[in-house]
Design a protein around this ligand. Structure first.
Ligand SMILES: Nc1ncnc2c1ncn2[C@@H]1O[C@H](COP(=O)(O)OP(=O)(O)O)[C@@H](O)[C@H]1O
Ligand SMILES: [Mg+2]
Length: 486
């Protein structure tokens, strides 16, 4: 039995772990992907701003560099560009020395002594490519965004204007955001773990309740009604489970009743047999009495034989193990021969049987042995449950796609209050001393043939009709529990 062992990951723990994992992944994605992406985007934006400022404000400087204008003019222009753009503007002169490139600061809009000394890596790139460039540089513990604008004279890049601004506030803001994500994430994780555990525990308890109830059912107890406390999937499962229990209890009840009745039915003839055997042991019995006893004895043996065959048939029908052997059958012929079997009994009973067969051949795909069995049960009933001298009419006809075999008698009929029960096993509606199994077997057989057995009875006319399909569709295998017809 599936008891949760400590080594196994219970549904509860698994659900809680899943909650936790999902939250964890979401937070990790925020922290590792969204926050850095934000920083990159903000810095890119800043670099774009610097580059467009460089385009906008460098024109005058470009015109002056390389001319003979005094340095003070150049300085003023750099200051003016710094003021207009709001960025730090630095003018660098390029010297193509034999040892490599050298840049020297010609003018700087930042007059602050605190202005960090910058090495301007973007300026070198601009000289190399001859085109504008942007980039960042670390100076001390701050990050500087830079855009370099090349100025050409004498056929090559002779000077570079660099627009720069610190982006430390961006970096700081993003790092605050990351910190906040961590804190909020920690809280969310905790909530997910606790929440997941609580929800999962609730689910786990409900599943456990079902498991316990199922164990009780397995042990034969059907009184564990599970409270239906919600309409979700587990609630529906509980409803289905309760319904299953109800049906099982009903079946169990029917089974017990069946067994009790069956053993009672078997016991009666066996006791009576024992009685006769004892009587026969008496040596003083005259031949006539002995013959009478032996006759009774063989009657009881016959009754027992019939009962055991019927019980076996019924149990095989209800368990679905009775196999039909369908073949092409001439049902007119079959009806005639079954009716013929009853001639001696009919004579004893002073009864008369009339056969009414359709003029056309009535053929169908069915198991002849089982159809004959049903016919025998019906004709036997028409003889044993009616007064002597009864007229019996047996008809066989074809009615749109179905074959209809009917047995009608003009006996006293079945009381309306009892007719609904005559198909139950062991139910007898009169004192004819039958076992009550005949119609129960007949209706099960009819159903197995995808057919129908029906009855109509008024005083003076009782008709049992069996309808079976001509095509002999295979009876669907019965999946629902055996039911006793009403
Ligand atoms: N043709 C009939 N006329 C009157 N009653 C009938 C007829 N057929 C069946 N019954 C009633 O239905 C009951 C059930 O029939 P059945 O299952 O064959 O059991 P059994 O014949 O062993 O009594 C019978 O006991 C009888 O009361
Ligand atoms: Mg009968």
């Amino acid at each position: 039995m599936g008891r949760s062992s400590p080594g196994r990951l219970s549904l509860r723990n698994r659900l809680a772990a899943l909650f936790f994992a999902i939250t964890f992944v979401a937070i990790a994605a925020l922290y590792l992907y969204v926050a850095p992406g934000l920083q990159t985007r903000l810095i890119d934006q800043k670099l774009g701003g610097l580059a467009s400022a460089a385009q906008t404000y460098s024109g005058e400087i470009a015109g002056t560099v390389g001319s003979n204008a005094p340095q003070s003019v150049l300085r003023n222009q750099v200051d003016a560009a710094g003021l207009a753009s709001g960025d730090r503007v630095t003018l660098l002169l390029v010297m193509h020395a034999p040892g490599g490139l050298q840049l020297s600061t010609e003018a700087d809009s930042s007059k602050l002594a605190a202005a960090p000394p910058l090495s301007f890596p973007v300026a070198y790139r601009t000289v190399g490519s001859g085109r504008s460039a942007t980039g960042t540089e670390r100076a001390g513990d701050s990050t500087i965004a830079e855009a370099a604008y090349p100025i050409e004279f004498g056929g090559r890049v002779g000077a570079v204007v660099v627009y720069s601004a610190p982006v430390s506030d961006i970096v700081r803001s993003v790092s605050i955001v990351r910190h906040e994500i961590l804190v909020a994430g920690g809280i969310a994780l905790l909530l997910a773990l606790v929440g997941g555990f609580v929800v999962a525990r609730r689910v786990g308890q409900r599943v456990k309740r079902l498991e316990l109830a199922a164990q009780k059912v397995a042990a034969g107890q059907f009184d564990q009604v599970i409270p239906v406390d919600s309409s979700d999937e587990l609630g529906q499962l509980a409803v289905a489970f309760n319904e299953m229990q109800r049906q099982l209890a009903q079946l169990e009840e029917a089974r017990k009743k069946f067994i009790a009745t069956a053993s009672h039915e078997l016991r009666t003839p066996i006791f009576s047999l024992g009685g006769f055997v004892e009587l026969l042991e008496d040596d003083d019995l005259d031949a006539e009495t002995r013959r009478r006893f032996l006759e009774q004895l063989s009657e009881q043996v016959e009754r027992l034989r019939k009962l055991s065959v019927d019980l076996l048939d019924l149990s095989r029908l209800e368990s679905g193990s009775l196999e039909l052997r369908p073949e092409q059958v001439d049902l007119g012929e079959l009806t005639r021969s079954v009716s013929g079997e009853f001639e001696p009994t009919l004579a004893q009973h002073d009864s008369h049987l009339e056969l009414r067969l359709a003029s056309r051949r009535i053929e169908a795909q069915c198991d002849p042995v089982r159809v004959a069995q049903i016919m025998r049960i019906l004709i036997d009933n028409a003889l044993t449950h009616t007064p002597p001298g009864t007229r019996i009419v047996v008809t066989a006809a074809r009615e749109d796609g179905d074959i209809r075999l009917a047995v009608r008698d003009d006996g006293t009929g079945i009381a309306p209050g009892r007719i609904s029960r005559i198909f139950e096993p062991f139910y007898t509606a009169d004192d004819a001393q039958g076992s009550g199994l005949g119609l129960a077997i007949a209706i099960e057989l009819a159903e197995r043939m995808s057919g129908r057995l029906s009855v109509r009875s008024v005083p003076g006319e009782t008709t049992f009709a069996l309808e079976i399909p001509v095509s002999g569709r295979p009876a669907q295998s019965r999946t629902e529990p055996p039911s006793f017809p009403p």
